[in-house]
Design a protein around this ligand. Structure first.
Ligand SMILES: [Zn+2]
Length: 306
């Protein structure tokens, strides 16, 4: 079975802690991924804090790109760069970028990111930037002219666009102009848990129309407004998205290593297998389970990557 996880912050955690991917103290390691006994595609996000500016921000981005490159080389991990690479065995790694605060278009361009292997990007993080407004941004202006140019260029290059951190207005600006499927790599259903990082039913329907997918985020605060969370809460979001949109619209985007661990509904890749087993108990067919496990994300990658 193919499992796809649309988002983790493991590169940032590895950088901070100077640990290796093979074996570490984090939620994601090669050892833990191996326990799933599945073909496992992980989106590895580069996140550079908006508080870091200029050349220092670019150098942090490059540092995380190098971490992934070196880990892939050392551990023989296939990089996902074209649709032909989706046929990988074992563990595949896809480089993504969350927030493009460092992308000034002069000292570093979208072409540079593509050359580095970036195949998925979210234009902004929670705040606003020159491209779009994030969920906590302070300027009501959706996607800017520069942002629209970026969307066109990304689609042309074969980079998947990620709406997870965009505010609602920017989400609809993107859906108005998108010519390829787009994704929310790590967002849940707002009808189940009211949080601006989650998608409304109307947004889920829009995502479905665009043949996109949203990855279920394991952060407790995005699953339930209060209290402890568990697999039950994950299933509740999956069922809701299947009901208002479709079984083709939901996947996983764990946010592992980017969320407070004590508030993570599950703790590691192999617990995704428990989620899938629970779906089988609820009479989801194997075909539906395969879609949720990774088939839906693979469908989007197949249609967007070169
Ligand atoms: Zn995020």
């Amino acid at each position: 079975m193919y499992i796809v996880d649309g988002h983790c912050d493991t590169l940032l955690a590895l950088q901070k802690k100077s640990e290796t991917l093979r074996k570490n103290s984090l939620q994601i390691s090669l050892e833990r991924i191996k326990q799933t006994n599945s073909e496992y595609l992980q989106f590895y996000a580069v996140f550079v804090s908006p508080s870091i500016k200029g050349l220092e921000a670019i150098s942090q981005y490059k540092n995380m790109v190098n971490i992934l490159q070196n880990e892939c080389k050392e551990n023989n991990i296939p990089r996902i760069l074209t649709k032909n690479d989706l046929d990988f065995k074992g563990h595949g790694a896809l480089l993504s970028v969350e927030g493009l605060y460092f992308l000034d278009g002069k000292q570093i361009t979208l072409d540079d990111l593509y050359a580095d292997g970036v195949r998925c990007l979210s234009m902004t993080w929670n705040g606003s930037n020159i491209y779009a407004r994030g969920v906590l941004g302070n300027m009501h202006r959706g996607i800017t002219k520069k942002g629209k140019e970026l969307v066109r260029k990304a689609e042309k290059l074969g980079i998947v666009l990620d709406v997870s951190h965009l505010d609602d207005e920017s989400f609809y600006d993107l859906s108005d102009m998108a010519t390829k499927p787009f994704v929310a790599t790590h967002s849940n259903a707002r009808a189940i848990c009211k949080n601006s990082r989650n998608l409304t039913d109307e947004m889920l329907v829009t995502l479905k129309k665009h043949k996109g997918v949203t990855g279920i985020n394991m952060y407790g605060r995005f699953l339930k407004e209060q209290g402890e969370t568990s697999i039950v809460d994950i299933i509740r979001h999956i069922e809701h998205i299947c009901m208002v949109a479709s079984v083709d619209t939901v996947g996983f985007g764990t946010d592992f290593d980017g969320i407070p661990r004590e508030h993570s509904a599950i703790d590691s890749p192999y617990e995704l297998i428990d989620v899938l087993e629970q779906l089988a108990i609820l009479n989801y067919t194997q075909e539906q389970i395969n879609k949720i496990a990774g088939g839906n994300f693979l469908r989007v990658l197949t249609s967007v990557l070169k």
